[in-house]
Design a protein around this ligand. Structure first.
Ligand code: RB5
Length: 149
């Protein structure tokens, strides 16, 4: 079955989000574009919440967010259980976010990456597996706030 991938941005990420959505579709994914739909000023949490909820609930396995720096989107998405949203500004960061951190939400800092670089970041994140092993234990500890040292 074709994987459905939700993608969302605020106004700062709008232009690049449309390009990455088209790229995802060209790669064969079923793209769920959750907005925003123009460059009119918006509030990034309004777009991060619905996407993070889908990933948290397991309705989507993974998703893509964009804002100017990537920070506001990641702060919001990471409040949801089981969501690991990683800001990646190079393909190397995207690769490590997958290999070591099992990132299930990619956050692209739209004001700091070129379109070509964003495409490479996206493809690296899509195609890199989680290494597991010692990283599995560490990832599991992220949500164990009650038992934290
Ligand atoms: C919008 O100007 C900007 O603050 C937003 O896109 C993002 O960078 C917030 O973290």
């Amino acid at each position: 079955m074709t994987e459905r991938i939700p993608i969302a941005s605020d106004h700062a990420g709008f232009e690049l989000k449309e390009k990455l959505a088209a790229h995802l579709a060209a790669l064969g994914y079923d793209v769920e574009n959750l907005g925003t739909s123009s460059e009119a000023s918006t509030d990034y949490p309004d777009y991060a919440h619905p996407l993070a909820r889908e990933v948290s609930d397991g309705q989507a396995r993974r998703g893509v967010l964009l804002c100017g720096t990537g920070l506001g989107m990641s702060y919001t998405a990471n409040r949801y259980p089981h969501v690991r949203a990683a800001v990646a500004w190079t393909p190397e960061i995207a690769e490590l976010a997958r290999r070591h951190n099992d990132a299930n939400v990619l956050v692209v800092p739209a004001r700091f990456v070129s379109e070509e670089s964003a495409r490479q970041i996206l493809e690296t994140w899509l195609n890199t597996p989680f290494d597991g092993g010692r990283h599995e234990r560490r990832v599991e500890k992220i949500e164990r706030t009650e038992e934290a040292p």
